[in-house]
Write a new protein. Structure first.
Length: 312
């Protein structure tokens, strides 16, 4: 009898324990289910509202690229309107910065014309350094390890894939394309300017790496001038005042970007091209890393100023 009572007590205890566990599990399940959906977004990555990301691969190289797109605030309200497009290299950095600058500058009234902003990404799977040294340079004679000199192939990709994609999907004005590039991106802009100038209407060459391969860009300029009588383009260049050779902690050790920009502007103007408009600015107190936001702002105001009201 004692044994039966002991067994019964054990069975009852096990049943009670199992029931308690089941109730605890049910309570936990109820807690998970009743958690507000908004809690799942806590800690999620910040997203630039209103922006778009589109895959635009290069069928020739097989590389996967993306374009980032930001449309003007009044884009939907004016379906009859076409907009200028600003294409920016190094999109990972430049796209959000330029987007913010454009919004900020126009807070108290139109200073800049409304435009479509398109960011040109690095190749998927590549580091920024690898992608830009390959895609933004004109010759393989680069200063570092890695692949250089495929700028012509990247230029062909822009012409055959990116521009048709943007102009086929959005109300972009093909007569008002502007390319903005900084450093190697500025070098790429100069390459396109001197080989296929009408691909873009305007070119912003920011702190351009004209030193690359013993100033190869000057050879490209001479080659263009030898076979052309006009260069139809609007060119704006900027560089930081510290981007010279000197002993200062923010100065360069070998490359004089200020002098190179001045020399490039001087030779362009000496050609007396009727269709070319060139302007430049040296931004005091800025070096190669700090100059970009200030240079972007000055460039936007130069190449995409707000239109004056009719009759003003």
């Amino acid at each position: 009898m004692r044994m039966k009572a002991l067994v019964s007590a054990v069975v009852l205890a096990v049943a009670l324990f199992a029931g308690a566990c089941s109730e605890r599990a049910d309570a936990q399940t109820q807690t998970r289910v009743s958690t507000p959906p908004a809690a799942a977004t806590e800690g999620a990555p910040y997203v630039l509202k209103g922006t778009q990301v589109w895959s635009v691969p290069d069928p020739v190289s097989g590389r996967q690229y993306e374009v980032f797109v930001n449309l003007p605030a009044d884009y939907e309200a004016h379906p009859e309107r076409r907009y200028p497009v600003l294409y920016v290299t190094d999109a990972d950095y430049a796209f959000p910065v330029i987007r913010s600058i454009a919004r900020r500058v126009n807070l108290d009234g139109p200073v800049l014309e409304d435009f479509i902003l398109v960011g040109l990404s690095y190749a998927r799977g590549d580091s920024g350094a690898d992608s830009r040294r390959r895609d933004y340079t004109p010759t393989p004679n680069g200063p570092n390890k890695g692949v250089h000199g495929q700028g012509a192939a990247y230029q062909a990709y822009l012409k055959a894939q990116v521009l048709p994609f943007v102009e086929g999907r959005f109300r972009a004005d093909p007569a008002r394309r502007v390319l903005l590039g900084h450093s190697y991106g500025g070098l790429l802009g100069a390459q396109i300017l001197l080989t296929d100038p009408t691909l873009f209407h305007g070119y912003v060459l920011g702190s351009p790496s004209f030193w690359y391969d013993r100033r190869h860009v000057m050879k490209m300029e001479a080659a263009y001038a030898g076979t052309h009588r006009d260069l139809p383009a609007e060119v704006f260049m900027y560089v930081g005042g510290f981007e010279t050779v000197g002993p200062g902690p923010r100065q360069n050790r070998t490359n004089d970007l200020v002098g190179d920009m001045a020399a490039f502007e001087r030779v362009l103007k000496s050609r007396h091209y009727s269709g070319l408009h060139v302007q430049s600015v040296v931004l005091d107190g800025e070096d190669h890393l700090t100059v970009a936001p200030v240079g972007f702002t000055r460039a936007l105001m130069a190449v995409l100023p707000a239109k004056s009201p009719a009759g003003a």
